[in-house]
Design a protein around this ligand. Sequence first.
Ligand SMILES: NC(=O)c1ccc[n+]([C@@H]2O[C@H](COP(=O)([O-])OP(=O)(O)OC[C@H]3O[C@@H](n4cnc5c(N)ncnc54)[C@H](OP(=O)(O)O)[C@@H]3O)[C@@H](O)[C@H]2O)c1
Length: 329
Amino acid sequence: MRKIKLGSNGPQASAMGLGCMGMSISYGKPNDEESVATIHRALDLGVNLIVTSDAYGAGVNEALVGRALKGRRGEALIATKFGNLALGGGGANALTGGHPDYVPQACEKSLKMLGVDVIDIYGLHRVDATVPIEDTVGAMKRLVEQGKVRYLQLSEAGPDTLRRACKVHPIAALETEYSLWSRDVEHDILPACRELGIAFMAYAPLGRGFLTATMKTLDALLPTDRRRDHPRFGVENINKNKDLIAPIEAIAAAKGCAPAQVALAWLLAQGKDVVPIPGTKQRKWLEQNCAALEVQLDAADLAKLNAAFPLNAAAGTRYPEKQLKALGI
Ligand SMILES: NC(=O)c1ccc[n+]([C@@H]2O[C@H](COP(=O)([O-])OP(=O)(O)OC[C@H]3O[C@@H](n4cnc5c(N)ncnc54)[C@H](OP(=O)(O)O)[C@@H]3O)[C@@H](O)[C@H]2O)c1
């Protein structure tokens, strides 16, 4: 597995990570045994970037990751996050997600759930509009000084927030949605990361599974699946969006690879600082996703994909209206 330095001050990370959210919430039915086997297989393949959050089942996903890493802690970079209270991070507490007094409380909880004494990469899951970023990152910096956390990251932060945060402490990575059908970061967020030496951890790189060409209708999703609340998966929009998939399938067929690998190879082609973190709870998908590192897209393939997926190619926003407000601030 190819390794890269995560940001100008960060650790050596695998060029592709493993997103663990769907192992516990949101997508399909949990299967802890296969999820643990998937994390073990990731480590076997040299994937060290294991991504979770205290919001994924209020610590349930962190506990699963911690269990899987028992005895193999040294092989992993654990990236967890705090401050997404809307999704389930945090407990009964009057403090908002980015409050400097909340940050050490959240960290203690994550350390306990993960069963570790240090978190490799600790991140703010959503910027708290009610707290100056300097105060939140100042509290995160104290955790680094105390040896509880090694590196810092932000998620879904805007360019100004990134610039202000970096003045307080180096930020190793920004974890934000980026894929063929979510390219808005290319305008100012990705350039800001490059200016500041911040790696870009691309979440939902498979368009929450849509770009794999395995979910062209809602029948592919369980009635409880969270994607049903996402506008792009709404009945009318999914019908329009399924037409976007054809160029991915055509390139995949010509190369003898899977559509998911084309979607990941396109992201990898955007720069060595772009680290996709595809989510899966199945070894077969993890292996397929890792093999995307060997898929080479030539200039004609990239041009075809860029033309098929201009900004706003998808019908529907990438989150429901209410959640959009917390993005890019
Ligand atoms: N910072 C944030 O705000 C934020 C938000 C969302 C996600 N994330 C992180 O990013 C990670 C990845 O994003 P995501 O999981 O939302 O979306 P994703 O990686 O784009 O897609 C995950 C979906 O694709 C399926 N899948 C994965 N590989 C596949 C393959 N090769 N072929 C067919 N299907 C495949 C998975 O199925 P199975 O579940 O059946 O394996 C799952 O349904 C998450 O796990 C989470 O850690 C962060």
